[in-house]
Design a binder for this molecule. Sequence first.
Ligand SMILES: [Cu+2]
Length: 338
Amino acid sequence: MLGQCKKKETKTILKNSIMEAINYYFKHLYTILLLLFIPIALVSLQSCKSDKKQENKEVKEDNTIVIITENMDFQMPDTIMSGWNTFRYKNMSPQTHFFLVDKYPEGKTLKDIDSLIMPYFDSGMKLINEGKPDEGFAEFGKLPEWFSEVKFLGGSGLISPGYEGTTMINLESGFYIVECYVKMSNGVFHTSMGMVKELIVSDIASGNTELIADINIDISSTEGIVFNDSITSGEHTFSVFFKDQIVHENFSGHDINLVKLNDNANIEVLENWMNWVDPKGLIEPAPFDFTFLGGVNNMPAGNKGYFTVDLQPGNYALISEVPNALSKNMLKTFVVLE
Ligand SMILES: [Cu+2]
């Protein structure tokens, strides 16, 4: 009996102990979770910190300014440092684009461009597309006088959808506009669709030094594009020196665009497309059989820009965005060997 009683007592004690343990556990669940959570949180925080540190380090190390286009936009910083800057332009949109940096006369802003510049380009292009070139060009004549003072200071060449281009240019401090004036399939400029952005270049110098090029291109209105076309595959840095600059028949200056040619590429199609005043020129969709890989956009005489590209073996062209590029020696084809 005593034994049975003792057994019962032991059972009760055991039951109570379990209950106490459960109560204790629930009572201190919060503390236990907290104790478990703190080290995990600390580890996560540490890893976040080191990721961020890594990210900052990367940006600082190569000082690259990233520009992304997803939908008729320029996603990029509002302010950059002056001097030499490398721009990595990622075209993540279905259209072909470039970026061009314009210096407007003192005091002119995006508002002036929207109200005094773009309306005439839009109405002029509309008339040209309707087969009324004379009326169209007359619209461009209505542009304010100060428009002739706008300076074009470089940027990338054309870049095909899904590609990215790396361009280095030198900018003094000041107020700039970044634009792309490729046309949508309905003939409307990308500039009028939102591809125009204000950019401030600060007094603080980037401290970047010029790249060292392994392929040097000279471009001028008299000699066209001059370069050594013995090029093997792999990464290359091209320098582009503007020996002179003029206003061509399409009111644009000459520039450099690198294009990869497919096997059946008809070079005449490319040449005709590179003229925005032609209703079929610089319009979406860009001609098939050509992949645009960037370059250096137009700059004043005496300026130099750089672009870096990893070349696969194949057929390529360097072309300026001007009418009749071939006869101006501004369309040069070349072969990249293994
Ligand atoms: Cu564009």
